[in-house]
Design a protein around this ligand. Structure first.
Ligand SMILES: *[C@@H]1O[C@H](CO)[C@@H](O)[C@H](O)[C@H]1NC(C)=O
Ligand SMILES: *[C@@H]1O[C@H](CO)[C@@H](O)[C@H](O)[C@H]1NC(C)=O
Ligand SMILES: *[C@@H]1O[C@H](CO)[C@@H](O)[C@H](O)[C@H]1NC(C)=O
Ligand SMILES: *[C@@H]1O[C@H](CO)[C@@H](O)[C@H](O)[C@H]1NC(C)=O
Ligand SMILES: *[C@@H]1O[C@H](CO)[C@@H](O)[C@H](O)[C@H]1NC(C)=O
Length: 366
């Protein structure tokens, strides 16, 4: 008995130590935010950061009218034969937002960040789910995962752990081609390389950055085997959140326009953010439930549909609000109409959330 337990422990230790530091092939549910963004010829990885937004490098897609985004795929969707994976989703872009200070100076891209707005919201599933941006500055010594694919070969989704270097080590390795405030570099434990640019770097389910080129790579080729640097997304968090409408901080302007109505709108918007998050959490919970519980399955997919619609409505309302706040001499009546609308919607969501909470608390039927 003791011998068996000992053997199990031993196997456990051996398995852990021989996999740590190596490249591991995984199914998309391990990295459900992983995206491939295909422009005209080349494609790069990216990460899904909301049900409608993917973040990636600006340089591939700058100048493209539209791009195609592949989500939930296991084998690199660059190859046509991999496109019929049933859990995969293919969505065109509706808009491409390039960072306004994106430039190329002496072969080096600066502010190489772009957001792809999807033409429709993704269908949330275990293989397709957004990731939040890390709101903490990434510290040297931090362990993180690089996930994604190798460039220009047919290969499955994989990841490997890395450890962030301090800036002195980065400068030593890359010389002054490393941008100290917007790039990071890392220590690798594997000799292999997931060198497709745009591959996300994450820690505990928070997005820290994505692979970019070293100076050498930019000049020589897009398929670079030298170690790439990481774009540090931390300096861009505020910009990204503003673009995708998560943060609304232009409301507290403090002048005469901060009337009672404005305060009310502000309050609703803050509440809305919490509710959006709550909706997101619940729809994930329902996803799990629907696979566990057969009989209430149809109810759950109905509710998922409602949640999805609710989220889209929110997006629209937020746009309306933005417009309201920009127009100085808004008629009192119109203003009040909008507030009434929003209040009504808030109530609906509130009730819906309660209903959903009850359902998702139900014990599993076995
Ligand atoms: C981005 O695209 C625009 C328009 O095509 C172009 O003028 C600009 O030079 C490009 N920027 C970079 C850094 O390539
Ligand atoms: C976005 O979707 C709409 C409706 O499905 C379609 O008419 C439109 O052409 C699409 N736009 C792009 C850029 O694919
Ligand atoms: C890296 O990914 C693996 C597999 O999903 C996960 O178990 C591990 O916690 C991740 N490590 C970090 C630092 O996020
Ligand atoms: C939203 O609705 C709930 C439930 O009716 C209510 O308690 C809450 O105060 C409302 N929030 C706002 C900002 O009106
Ligand atoms: C779930 O479905 C059953 C049968 O279709 C129905 O009677 C019940 O009202 C539904 N429950 C909810 C919460 O929609």
């Amino acid at each position: 008995m003791t011998a068996i337990i000992f053997r199990i422990i031993l196997i456990g230790v051996l398995v852990t130590s021989c996999f740590s530091g190596e490249i591991t092939k995984v199914t998309p549910d391990h990295f459900p935010y992983q995206a491939l963004v295909a422009a005209n010829i080349e494609s790069a990885s990216g990460a899904l950061i909301s049900t409608k937004h993917v973040i990636t490098l600006a340089n591939y897609i700058n100048g493209s009218a539209t791009v195609t985004v592949y989500l939930g795929f296991r084998n690199i969707p660059h190859y046509a034969k991999n496109l019929n994976e049933i859990q995969g989703q293919i969505i065109k872009s509706k808009e491409i937002i390039i960072h306004k200070n994106f430039v190329n100076i002496g072969g080096k891209y600066i502010n190489n960040v772009a957001i792809v707005v999807l033409n429709r919201t993704v269908q949330l599933s275990s293989s397709v789910r957004p990731i939040d941006l890390s709101t903490e500055p990434p510290l040297p010594g931090l362990y993180a995962n690089i996930s994604g694919w190798k460039a220009r070969v047919d290969n499955p989704l994989q990841y490997y752990p890395v450890r962030l270097h301090d800036i002195d080590t980065c400068i030593y390795q890359y010389g002054n081609s490393i941008l100290q405030t917007q790039e990071l570099c890392f220590q690798k434990f594997s000799s292999l390389s997931l060198n497709l640019v745009g591959n996300p770097l994450t820690n505990n389910n928070r997005l820290i950055g994505f692979l970019t080129y070293s100076l050498r790579c930019v000049i020589s080729s897009t398929n670079c085997n030298a170690d790439n640097a990481i774009i540090n997304l931390f300096p861009y968090v505020k910009w990204i959140h503003t673009q995708i409408g998560i943060e609304v901080n232009s409301l507290d302007s403090g002048d005469s326009s901060s009337t009672r109505e404005h305060k009310m709108i502000n309050k609703i918007l803050n509440n809305d953010i919490k509710q959006s998050e709550e909706l997101q959490r619940l729809s994930q919970l329902m996803e799990v439930k629907s696979s566990e519980c057969k009989t209430c399955c149809s109810n759950i997919s109905d509710l998922q549909q409602i949640v999805q619609e609710m989220k889209e409505n929110y997006g629209r309302v937020k746009k309306d609000l933005g417009a309201v706040l920009l127009v100085q001499n808004m008629e009192e009546k119109k203003h009040n109409d909008i507030i009434t609308d929003i209040k009504r919607m808030n109530e609906t969501v509130h009730n819906l959330l309660q209903k959903l909470s009850v359902i998702s608390m139900l014990p599993d039927e076995t």
